[in-house]
Design a protein around this ligand. Structure first.
Ligand SMILES: [Zn+2]
Length: 565
């Protein structure tokens, strides 16, 4: 199944704090005064038509308070378009400073009450093509709203405690959930809000799941899986195990293939997904996404695509490792995930692309992004083997890196890893120069996954269609540059034939037969079947479960060294 995975790290724009102005006598600075948020429904009869947001706070000490409206999120722009009826009780004047800012003038320190409406943006039940609620989704019986697209914030009060409540006007039949309910220490743009007459809320341990739509797994099973993920990852980093964690989910009607989209929130995760993904498929995706809570935010200063081999590759490495240790996946599923990476990497036509070029083309959409995941994960495995050979583990490096970041938050991400590794006796610089910077292909030593698995080489014929399909302006696909010695030609395909449909075949996979329905001139349609194999060979690595590990899954846990070793 084709799975398109869209994940977005929460990267809030750093809003410059207002210049510190001397407060007039007797007016305390309101910077740490709590800001109260209340969200109520706007109803037309029984139907939800909008969200009414009320925000109460103290005016700035100089009598001029600035509000920032939602502007950009996930490539969507001008998000203030969805807000209307903005008013401020207690203000002498409210002046626009461009569409995304307001300046309130009032008596210094005065209590102000901002009110505005968030309007509907979705004209139908969500489909795959709608993606994720980067703009607020509001329907007559439910809503799904992401903090960055609906929350107005008071400039310079990003650190102020937040008090949140749902308004009293919500009909009893509406279930509601937001991570704003779970604590005061939250930037409102790092929030998510969901509600509906058919919203289900299930709990497992500290995890609360609020979801709408249908899934091929039970709600309680999803909640237990999330509980296991959160427990494992918090345990790995030594975080408090009982802090609340909210996961919101909306299923999407399928257009083509499957999609999983999500974004990390303060003590939470918000997602949309198609219902053709099994819990086994969703589990490792979720473990990856939730691990981003720590990687990169707690491990180094974020530097963009040139650091993605660490933030994505190591996140894949630990998602698999921690799910294995928790018995959330079987040893075979653990190896299947690695073998998928090894196959895609080994057969990648851009395996040797230098790191700087791969980083620059990360968003280009030709597979360059996958190199970061593959290289980072494979190097993590190699470095872990080296650490284990000396009685330690890569875990010790990551823990040292988290401590280093706490002390020195301006050290850039890969540099923080290099320094932490060095302090643990591991020199990773030569490998980074060779395999990341210069792009030299990575090969796993045979015992990288001992005693769980051994590494073997697979040699397969190179993928070769034997012709070039050409598509004209009308979308008609024809066979061009057919080579007479190719399997396609030997199977009866002719130069200039029109390809009516592809029944089977996977681009890039030489082992999957191609079945094409073709037509020549005015002749009848017929089927041509062939294996898309060229004369060359492609070599990649594969992990084979050892007999010992198939009867003892603990051999695939790779536990961190015991204290004192
Ligand atoms: Zn990721």
């Amino acid at each position: 199944m084709k799975t398109k995975i869209v994940s977005v790290l929460v990267a809030l724009a750093v809003v410059a704090a207002s210049p510190v102005l001397a407060a007039p006598d007797g007016v305390a600075t309101p910077k740490r005064e709590p800001i109260a948020y209340e969200v109520s429904p706007r109803l037309s009869g029984q139907d939800l038509t909008g969200l009414e947001v009320m925000i109460a706070f103290q005016a700035d000490a100089d009598g001029e308070t600035r509000l920032n409206l939602p502007e950009k999120w996930m490539g969507h722009t001008d998000l203030w378009r969805h807000l209307s009826d903005l008013s401020v009780e207690g203000a002498d004047s409210v002046v626009e400073d461009g569409p995304a800012a307001r300046v309130i003038r009032s008596r210094p320190g005065r209590r102000l009450v901002l009110r505005y409406t968030v309007n509907a943006t979705l004209a139908h039940e969500p489909r795959q093509s709608d993606g994720y609620p980067a703009e607020p989704w509001l329907r007559p019986s439910w809503f799904y709203a992401d903090g960055p697209s609906v929350m107005i914030v008071v400039e310079g009060r990003e650190d102020a405690p937040v008090r949140f409540q749902w308004g009293k006007a919500w009909p009893k039949a509406f279930a509601l959930a937001s991570n704003l309910e779970d604590g005061q220490d939250i930037d409102p743009r790092d929030s998510v809000l969901i509600g509906g007459r058919d919203l289900r809320i299930v709990r497992s341990g500290p995890v609360r799941v609020a979801l709408r739509g249908t899934y091929p797994f039970a709600d309680a099973d999803l909640a237990r899986t999330l509980d296991a993920i959160v427990r494992a990852e918090r345990g790995f980093f030594g975080d408090a195990p009982q802090t609340p964690f909210l996961v919101t989910a909306q299923s999407l009607a399928v257009d083509d293939g499957s999609t999983f989209s999500g974004t990390g929130k303060h003590q939470g995760f918000a997602m949309t997904l198609t219902p053709n993904l099994s819990l086994d498929e969703v589990r490792v995706l979720l473990a990856h996404e939730i691990f981003h809570t720590w990687n990169p935010h707690r491990l180094g200063k974020i530097i963009g695509p040139s650091g993605y081999w660490f933030s994505e590759g190591f996140t894949d490495f630990y998602a698999r490792r921690l799910m294995m240790r928790q018995r959330q996946i079987t040893p075979q599923a653990f190896l299947d995930a690695w073998n998928e990476t090894l196959l895609r990497y080994g057969t990648s036509p851009i395996i040797a692309m230098p790191g700087a070029e791969a980083a620059a083309k990360f968003w280009a959409g030709n597979g360059e992004d996958q190199l970061a995941y593959q290289r980072g994960a494979l190097l993590a495995a190699i470095w872990d083997r080296r650490m284990r050979a000396s009685g330690s583990s890569l875990d010790a490096v990551i823990h040292a890196q988290a401590a280093l970041h706490a002390r020195s938050p301006n050290t850039p991400l890969p540099q923080a890893f290099i320094e932490a590794a060095k302090a643990q006796g591991l020199d990773v610089s030569p490998d980074i120069t060779s395999h990341i910077d210069q792009g030299r292909p990575i090969r796993l030593p045979i015992d990288t996954f001992s005693p769980c698995a051994r590494v073997e080489d697979v040699v397969v014929p190179t993928f070769d269609l034997g012709f070039e399909p050409r598509v004209d302006d009308a979308g008609v696909r024809t066979v061009t540059k057919l080579r007479p010695d190719s399997p396609a030609a030997r199977a009866g395909l002719h130069e200039g034939a029109v390809i009516v449909a592809k029944r089977s075949g996977v681009n890039g996979d030489a082992a999957q037969p191609y079945d094409l329905i073709v037509r020549e001139g005015e002749g009848p349609e017929h089927t041509v079947s062939f294996l898309p194999q060229g004369s060359g060979e492609t070599r990649y690595q594969r992990l084979i479960l050892t007999p010992e590990a198939s009867s003892n899954p603990a051999l695939c846990d790779f536990p961190a060294a015991l204290p004192g070793r």
